[in-house]
Design a protein around this ligand. Structure first.
Ligand code: AMP
Length: 116
């Protein structure tokens, strides 16, 4: 299948994941190697490889991804103390899975953004 990814298989329920939200545009599930007490990935149901590949047509999708992240942060009980939302893009961004996703991280102080 063209542009099939691990994450699209999770979206379709073909491989297991702890899904915490799914709607017509996005799916959210817990990261398999969590970096913080809360580490959830929010992905588009349809594959877009990277943030560098989004178009104007994707603006509603990008808004939904952020809205769902904020709702999940509240649901996870981390909104008051705060959290981080991150998108890694391509090689220098450290992207491993070429299916656009945001990381919702929280539940402990996360420190600085990037090590010096
Ligand atoms: P990135 O480096 O931004 O591409 O992040 C990819 C993330 O996907 C990593 O944090 C991985 O731990 C996570 N990941 C990879 N495979 C799975 C999977 N099958 N289920 C849940 N998370 C995964």
């Amino acid at each position: 299948m063209a542009q099939d990814t691990t994450f699209s298989r999770i979206v379709r329920g073909e491989i297991p994941a702890e899904i915490v939200h799914q709607d017509d545009l996005v799916t959210a599930f817990r990261d398999i190697r969590p970096l913080a007490p809360t580490h959830v990935l929010v992905v588009p149901n349809e594959v877009i490889p990277t943030l560098a590949d989004v178009s104007t047509d994707d603006e509603p999708l990008l808004g939904r991804m952020l809205r769902v992240a904020a709702d999940l942060a509240a649901q996870e009980g981390i909104a008051q103390d705060g959290y981080r939302v991150a998108i890694n893009c391509r090689d220098h961004g450290g992207q491993e899975v070429y299916h656009l996703h945001l990381h919702l991280l929280g539940g402990r102080p996360l420190g600085g953004m990037v090590g010096r």
